[in-house]
Design a protein around this ligand. Structure first.
Ligand SMILES: [Fe+2]
Ligand SMILES: [Fe+2]
Length: 486
């Protein structure tokens, strides 16, 4: 196997290069190396740049797996057209629609409009909104296969919530390569194509997992289970080095970290039919409210998830939220029976209509859950029209109620943990205006104007209305009174 490194600097303060590497039979990687990127999203600081990896498989049919970041438009298309006439590409597999992997899809379609885009149902929906171009598509789900000829048969594995709902893996039965996009990746940029120096990568691998994957640890475990039967020779990730030298080690790390995280997390499992009614919109608003209390939400499609997996989700969740599926969907009906059979009385339940026009009646289902003894975290949400601001707010509040119910013990403990120091500090308060600062490890982390329910920044304190009550936020544990205006 020959590895060719092609450096093509562009006039930019940031160093951008591409690397083209033959990975296996008929399979080539185009790695876009972003050497100096120091930030990903808002809070994800990078110290070793990153890469965006794309892969070309040339059987009788040609498939491209993912593209690259917009900043690589010229370099990437140069590299790709150096390998193949773009018009000969039959399929573009979209593992995930975030722009660091999909930004150049429009460019490709302009060059070759007959390319069939392969992806999860939700990925295709996202692309319809993103591209504003007509395109051919093929929706795939777990277990579906796509024969490219010459032995290259791709099998798809759904990996929802890692870290977007649209994520799929693709496994080539001929080469043993598993294409995973963001999953098992790391933000690490260097000339080494593979994970040869694994000890140098450990920290970045962990940091990436913690930032992107840990919040959905149970979905990670579900995805690991789905790929456990595959004979994986190479994990072709979308970021950083490709994993070949220490595959079992990296998989074990994901398994161990996710099991640990799953044991301690309180989480809500959110069941719905992804493409029905206003499911996704409403689910997003409810999940936002749940998350506000630090409770994780795992989203599960009633139509896509096998009964055994459904049972496991229900048995381990602290709360269940269900969006009503269409009455005509037999698979979803069976799924609801499975959920009812596995639900138990320590759980909270919340139900919402999804407004698809033929929703399963909500009240009979509610009665069944109440009959089992589950606590209703919020009353059924009825949806009769396209959701507007008021409905979004109602959903958000419903999610907040669920989150608060699930964290009530934790909140109680925090209140009990208010220590003597704080009590003494509060005892010094008489009339007047006070600024209270919460400190953590001797550093001020928040300020309150006494009585103000929201944190305030110091300069505005003196213009705020006079306080009436003492803030009850647990951060006050180490509060001290800094100043008084009286
Ligand atoms: Fe992503
Ligand atoms: Fe990514």
């Amino acid at each position: 196997m020959v590895a060719i490194t092609q450096f093509a600097p562009v006039p930019s303060r940031q160093r951008l290069t591409t690397q083209i590497v033959e990975l296996a039979a008929d399979t080539t990687a185009i790695r876009s190396l972003d050497w100096d990127r120091d930030r990903f999203d808002i809070e994800f600081g990078l110290r070793n740049g990153t890469t965006y990896n794309s892969f070309l498989i040339c059987g009788d049919k040609v498939a491209l797996v993912d593209t690259s970041h917009r900043k690589f438009e010229e370099l990437y298309l140069q590299a790709l057209t150096g390998l193949i006439n773009v018009a000969e590409i039959d399929y573009l597999v979209v593992s995930h629609t975030e722009p660091d992997h999909s930004a150049l899809i429009g460019d490709l379609l302009n060059l070759a409009p007959d390319i069939v885009i392969v992806g999860a149902k939700i990925a295709i929906q996202f692309l319809e909104n993103m591209l504003h171009l007509p395109f051919k598509s093929l929706i795939v789900k777990s277990g579906d296969r796509l024969d490219l000829g010459q032995g290259h048969e791709l099998e798809f594995v759904a990996a929802p919530n890692l870290h977007w709902p649209d994520t799929i893996f693709s496994y080539d039965h001929h080469t043993g390569i598993l294409y995973t996009c963001d999953v098992f990746g790391m933000h690490y940029c260097d000339d080494h194509t593979y994970d040869k120096n694994s000890h140098l990568l450990e920290e970045d691998f962990r940091y990436y997992y913690d930032c992107l994957m840990a919040p959905n640890a149970r979905s990670v475990l579900a995805a690991l289970k789905r790929i456990s039967k595959l004979d994986i020779k190479l994990i072709a990730t979308g970021h950083g080095p490709l994993l070949k030298e220490s595959i079992s080690h990296w998989l074990e790390q994901y398994q161990t970290w996710s099991e640990t995280k799953a044991k301690t997390d309180t989480f809500v499992v959110f069941f719905y039919c992804q493409d029905y009614g206003y499911s996704e919109h409403l689910a997003g608003a409810i999940a936002h409210g749940v998350n506000r209390n630090g409770v994780q939400v795992e989203v599960v499609d009633l139509q896509e998830t096998p009964p055994q997996e459904l049972r496991e989700w229900v048995e381990t969740a602290s709360g269940l939220i269900i969006g009503m599926p269409p009455q005509s969907c037999l698979v979803a009906h069976t799924a609801l029976s499975t959920i009812l059979a596995a639900a138990h009385q320590k759980q909270a339940i919340g139900l919402f209509e999804t407004g698809g026009g033929e929703d399963e009646p909500i009240y009979p289902l509610r009665n069944k859950f109440q009959g089992i003894g589950l606590t209703e975290a919020f009353p059924p949400i009825l949806v009769k029209e396209a959701p507007q601001t008021a409905m979004d707010q109602l959903c958000d509040e419903a999610g907040t109620d669920m989150g608060q119910w699930l964290t009530r013990d934790r909140t109680q403990k925090n209140i009990q943990a208010i220590d003597l120091e704080l009590e003494k500090a509060l005892g010094r308060i008489s009339s007047g205006l006070y600024l209270i600062t919460a400190k953590k490890k001797r550093l001020p982390v928040r300020c309150w104007l006494l009585g103000s329910p929201k944190p305030v920044v110091a300069p505005s304190v003196w213009r705020s209305p006079l306080p009436k009550t003492v803030p009850s936020n647990p951060l006050c544990k180490s509060a001290i009174i800094l100043s008084s205006t009286s």
